[in-house]
Design a protein around this ligand. Structure first.
Ligand SMILES: Cc1ncc(COP(=O)(O)O)c(C=O)c1O
Length: 458
């Protein structure tokens, strides 16, 4: 039992075993670096949970928020709005793919997904030619869309989601479109295999499906599962053929992470509904949004007496301080050559990791797109056998990187690298070197311990 008066446990952290919790308290940040209260400097290798696109204390973002603070910090968006938020909505309509043009604000990624689910449902109930039986969703295997109950229902990561099964709805579950672990019997063209599987599910269930929900290109929380190129485009076509909406969750992939403003841009896909969050404000303030195309929005228009408005709304949705940060962040992304550099620097980082680790017997895969990279550690590279979860290999590696000045947080045994997009080549080289050294050293220690324990057993 923890001591309730221990100041270390007053703050209950998410996804953290509080009985074995390393306290790391940050006092300040600048650029890609964080400084702890005891004076240690750490490279922020996961952009403070995949958010801080421009790093910390960017002068332009800081100034935008200060300036907004001198005008107004918060007004509701139920029945009124703020000029800054209005400008942001118009800006998002311009930069999101295709004719996505109606922006519904919330405060975090999970809420953006909840809004998308309800929006899709309500759309089918009340469009001109209603289809009230379309009440379910198709979600991919190992999906992660957040931690609220609807988002968890879509989730397909057993470790996170299974416990809550009794309180969840049941989507139609699609494949895990992984390019590393292929389904039995599939040796070539996984793209066609996964597309066929999704098509067969749509063929069977389309009459009940409101939407397909997917993270485009890379499933981050599943361990940077990277889809075969072309899958997103195929799913878009299938959704059109089977008259099912496509919801793309770009909470993790949006705002430059994959090398373009949105992952959907890589395959010129326009989803019917887009969810964004995390990097929207440059990672400065909590803000998310659900962006809809006109045909979705139009289904909600009617005389007031018909009660067709979207029955959803968040207290802090569209908060002006967050909107000011978002406008400044988008400007920074567009005016600098940052986006062009992301693919190139991400590739350079992956190459450096591959040169050092690709033949390591315990490195199964190094994957990702742009600055979204995962290194999967396995017990046996030849057959992709995972380590026993009791060994906590990913955690040990990350503990070691922290000792060496790099803050990262694993997903199981996948080491996640999501640095701020502004990281310089020098910083990225240092980042790679620390990760490589930590993987090498921890796996060497583990292998030594395992041979000792085998010898003692013999
Ligand atoms: C793809 C995706 N969707 C939704 C979420 C949930 O976002 P939030 O933690 O802001 O609720 C996340 C968070 O990691 C995510 O990666």
């Amino acid at each position: 039992m923890t001591n309730p008066t221990d100041p270390q446990v007053a703050h209950w952290h998410g996804f953290t075993q509080m009985s074995d919790h390393d306290s790391l308290v940050i006092e300040k940040g600048d650029g890609c670096w964080l400084t702890t209260t005891d004076g240690r400097r750490l490279f922020d290798g996961v952009s403070s949970l995949w958010c801080n696109v421009h790093g910390h204390r960017n002068p332009k973002l800081d100034a935008a928020i200060r300036e907004q603070l001198d005008r107004v910090a918060h007004v509701t968006t139920l029945g009124m709005s703020c000029e800054t938020t209005e400008r942001l909505a118009r800006r998002l309509a311009e930069i999101t793919p295709g004719d996505l043009s109606h922006v519904f604000f919330s405060s975090d990624g999970s809420s953006a997904v909840e809004a998308a689910l309800k929006m899709a449902f309500q759309y089918w109930q009340q469009r001109e030619d209603p289809r009230p039986e379309k009440t379910n969703y198709l979600a991919l295997g190992s999906a992660y869309h957040g931690d609220t109950t609807g988002a968890v229902s879509l989730g397909g990561i057993e470790y996170f989601h299974k416990l809550f099964a009794p309180i969840l709805f049941s989507p139609v579950r699609g494949p895990v479109p992984c390019s590393y672990r292929l389904p039995p019997g599939v040796t070539s063209d996984p793209l066609q295999h996964y597309a066929d599987e999704i098509e067969s599910l749509l063929h069977q269930h389309h009459g009940q499906l409101a939407a397909v929900v997917m993270e485009p290109l890379v499933q981050g929380a599943a361990g940077m599962i990277t889809h075969p190129r072309g899958l997103l485009g195929k799913v878009r076509k299938l959704c059109d053929r089977y008259d099912v909406l496509l919801i793309c969750d770009e909470v993790a992939t949006g705002f430059g992470r994959t090398g373009k403003m949105f992952a959907c841009d890589h395959e010129s896909v326009t989803p019917d509904i887009l969810c964004i969050g995390k990097g929207l404000t440059g990672g400065y303030l909590p803000m998310a949004a659900t962006v809809a195309r006109p045909h979705v929005f139009d289904a909600f228009l009617a005389p007031v007496s018909e009660s067709r408005q979207f029955f959803h709304g968040h207290t802090f949705g569209g908060n002006p301080l967050a909107a000011a940060a978002a406008l400044a962040s988008i400007e920074l992304l567009e005016e600098s050559a940052l986006l062009d550099r992301v693919s190139e620097r991400g590739q350079r980082l992956r190459d450096r990791l591959s040169d050092a680790l690709a033949n390591h017997p315990n490195v199964g895969d190094i994957r990702g797109r742009g600055m979204m990279i995962g290194i999967e550690l396995v017990a046996d590279r030849s057959n992709q056998e995972p380590f026993s979860s009791a060994l906590q290999v990913g955690r040990l590696v990350c503990r070691r990187t922290v000792k060496n000045g790099v803050w990262i947080r694993p997903l199981g045994d996948v080491i996640i690298l999501m640095p701020p997009l502004i990281a310089t080549e020098k910083e990225l080289d240092m980042f790679a070197d620390v990760v490589i050294e930590s993987v090498d050293a921890e796996l060497a220690t583990l292998s030594k311990q395992q041979s000792v324990s085998l010898l003692t057993r013999e």
